[in-house]
Design a protein around this ligand. Sequence first.
Ligand code: SF4
Length: 402
Amino acid sequence: MTALEKMARLAMESRFDSVGPASGRTIDHAKVDALGRGTKYDLCSSTATRRRSVGGREASTGGICHSFTGSGRCVSLFKTLYTNACPHDCGYCPNASVSARKKTFSYTHEELARITLDLYRENRIEGLFLSSGLGRDEEETMEEMIEAVRLLRFAHHFSGYVHLKILPGSSKEHVRQSMELADRVSVNLEGPSAARVAELCPSKEYENDILARQRYIRDLSREVSLPAGQTTQMVVGAAGETDREIFDRILFEYDVLNLKRVYFSAFTPLAGTAFSDRVKAPAWREHRLYQIDWLRRVYKLEEGEIAAAFDDDGFLRNSDPKVAIARSSFEEPVDPNGATFAELIRVPGIGPKTAKRILLRRKNGRIERMRDLAKLGVAARRAGPFLQVGGKFAATLDRWGA
Ligand code: SF4
């Protein structure tokens, strides 16, 4: 049984006798199922990890997901749309107005609060990931979503984690209210530029509907505490964009808009959508984008260094980008006895924790054997060609470039 089927069954069985006036009512199984399935392509932390780990097969991600709180704790979330009705025309989305007509469902704010609270009280979840189509319009739907979380927080003293999607075009006041109630908020970027988003979703205005809302969040973060920050997500490979275009957008999102994370979703054509006959993007492309995102966000590599990972057409190759970057940046093998922290973390097979261990270990004397490095956590096969240990090195610069 998938997580979603389990959630739908629990919701159907749940009689909400713990939450007041609607005691005894049940929620339609089809609604829970449809609105849970509708979030399949909304990414939170575990979705990204899991999609990578299944090597391109689609993971069932509706119904439940995992995310990290501001303090780094992993939590299980009830993941759902508020409504699957949407007037936008995103070509890849089964909820779009241009997709083959499907039955539409919406929660009421009471229903959503009740199902979340029941699942929470039964220890099935630790929080809520709430996304949505626009419904009749973004203001009305955003108001309903906020009201559901307000009910949870104030009427039922719900202290669980909440990730709330900000709908494109939402007002600044709704953004503020969302931030006051949620741990994390996100606006879906979908594409790296106005031109690419026009291709993906002609009815959306990139600057006004999306970027302006991200700026609201950044600016309001100075007054309103948002423990798990602002995130976003992009569809990869549906609009002909290059990886370099995506990387340039990542830089802007982190450096200018102060985002916490950018998530990627390799495009998969779905039956009934406007893009049903487009070519599926390879899952490895999503994986390589996560790798350069990591090199920038965690390793703090410079834009110019990361540029070495792209081919002449602006695409990443299906190989470790850190190796391509190391080949272009090192002029000679690195001696772990004299290298700085910044040099060590640029060696493939050495991460920040391992680099710190090497620096500590050096206080006890020189490192003379690759075996000693392996004990500190160095991935010897990957790092070997770039290291000089005990006066020996395994590769020449010519071989690096091979
Ligand atoms: S805005 Fe686009 S992606 Fe979001 S639900 Fe509507 S059609 Fe789908």
